[in-house]
Design a protein around this ligand. Structure first.
Ligand code: GLY
Ligand code: MN
Ligand code: MN
Length: 431
């Protein structure tokens, strides 16, 4: 057994105990987790790409297994119903030869419908048709159970942290290749293909669609295209790229000045990077992530003033909301088997913790705890749609801002584990 195998065995034993506690508290005899199935294009025989339900991945690490079911009952060996029909069109699903498989009783099936349940009160979770849940006599996605199981994913085990670290290592290989492809004159598609090749993954296995923005596209927060031609002048590159390892996601962003960058741009990239490192240094149990998000805005206000984009004081820039026009997203979010992991806006008892009204995009409003893994991703963008509301404001040096518009934006994003001994940055740091 490798050290990772041992960590995984401990992870699964802890899940056995935690599920037993939750199910007993909810007076349930068991829960059936459905991995899910890919959506089919309407009127067609082609399917969309697929990722399994998070709670199924939490046990199995298998993000690509469709039509599978996992039955968990306190005190019993969990049963994994593996959909593996005899098929000459496709390769039937197979589990890896790995020690973790012995934690389960594996039942291969050629049927995709739910397996029969033993007597007792059960819930079924996942993308299940209500008629199928009724036929089973099971409650479908009861909110209290989902909330309690989501909470089990908030603090990562050592095994999960190891998987997230490995996902980060692989993603960073992609980021290095992406930067080289950009500097060599590649178009967005070339950069994306270089990323996929170096990180050894097909596009449909990514935890989210990579964002590859050259020039102004870097200011489109979830830019979704890959241009086939490089622009004649290359000002900037923003790559937000991921990777999965055993189901666990990396979510890393890097921003680079291009050969035609305005002299204002590279110092701003350095400024956002320094701000990000400073904020990572603040990560500790007991810290409010909302307070850290506000600190990001204070840091952005100072940066905007220091680089001459804003002529008012940092305090005035904060008060007038200008920093929110330059960065409309949150400082970060929980990360795990989903890139935007669950329960970021609930307290430990499942009560809602909505974001402050002026920061509606903030996905993590909890107090930090040891074991949480968060992204730290301050950004600074020139987004014409948002800056339009401030056009004419004498607090902004529009000549400088307009010079930066063709650079889109900057985001620096790492994945960090919160511990009682200081932040553990899972993202390899290239200098
Ligand atoms: N890649 C999406 C995000 O950073 O949240
Ligand atoms: Mn990202
Ligand atoms: Mn992110």
């Amino acid at each position: 057994m490798t050290e990772l195998d041992q960590q995984q065995r401990d992870h699964l034993r802890a899940l056995d105990d935690a599920y037993a506690r939750v199910l007993e508290a909810q007076r349930l005899d068991g829960v059936l987790l459905y991995s899910g199935h890919p959506a089919r294009h309407f009127g067609d025989d082609q399917h969309a790409s697929f990722a399994a339900y998070g709670h199924f991945i939490h046990w199995t690490g298998q993000a690509e297994l469709a039509h599978c079911w996992l039955l968990v009952r306190p005190g019993q060996v969990p049963v994994l119903y593996l959909h593996a029909p005899a098929d000459y069109w496709h390769l039937p699903a197979r589990l890896p030869e790995a020690p973790w498989v012995d934690h389960f009783r594996v039942v291969p099936r050629d049927r995709a419908d739910p397996p029969a349940l033993p007597p007792g009160r059960h819930a079924v979770l996942g993308d299940v048709a209500p008629a199928d849940a009724s036929a089973l006599g099971a409650e479908l996605n009861p909110a209290a159970l989902v909330t309690a199981l989501d909470e089990l994913r908030v603090r990562k085990s050592d095994y999960e942290a190891s998987c997230l670290r490995e996902a980060n290592r692989c993603a960073m290989q992609g980021h290095r290749a992406a930067r080289e492809a950009f500097l060599a004159g590649g178009a967005e598609l070339d950069i994306q293909l270089a990323y996929l090749g170096a990180s050894r993954q097909r596009e449909s296995a990514l935890p989210y669609g990579n964002i590859v923005g050259v020039n102004a596209h870097g200011g489109v927060l979830h830019y979704q295209h890959y241009a086939l031609e490089a622009p004649p002048r290359r000002h900037s590159l923003l790559v937000d790229g991921g990777h999965r390892h055993r189901g666990y996601c990396a979510d890393i962003t890097r921003s680079w000045a291009g050969p035609d960058a305005d002299p204002l741009f590279a110092p701003l990239v350095a400024g956002v990077t320094a701000l990000q490192r400073r904020l990572i240094g603040e990560l500790a149990p007991g810290v409010s992530f909302v307070a850290l998000h506000r600190q990001m805005h204070e840091g952005l206000a100072a940066l905007l003033v220091a680089h001459g984009l804003v002529t008012a004081s940092p305090e005035a820039a904060l008060a007038s909301g200008i920093t929110r026009a330059f960065c409309p997203h949150g400082l970060g979010h929980l990360l795990g088997v989903q890139v935007h992991d669950v329960a970021g806006r609930l307290d430990g008892e499942g009560h809602p913790l909505p974001p402050p009204a002026e920061h509606p995009a903030l996905r993590l409003t909890r107090e930090l705890e040891a074991g949480m893994v968060v992204t730290m991703e301050p950004g600074l963008y020139v987004i014409p749609m948002l800056l339009a509301a401030h056009r004419g404001s004498p607090e902004i040096d529009w000549e400088r801002v307009d010079r930066l518009a063709s650079h889109g934006g900057i985001r620096i994003e790492d994945n960090v584990r919160v511990t009682g001994r200081g932040p553990d940055n899972l993202t390899p740091q290239d200098e």
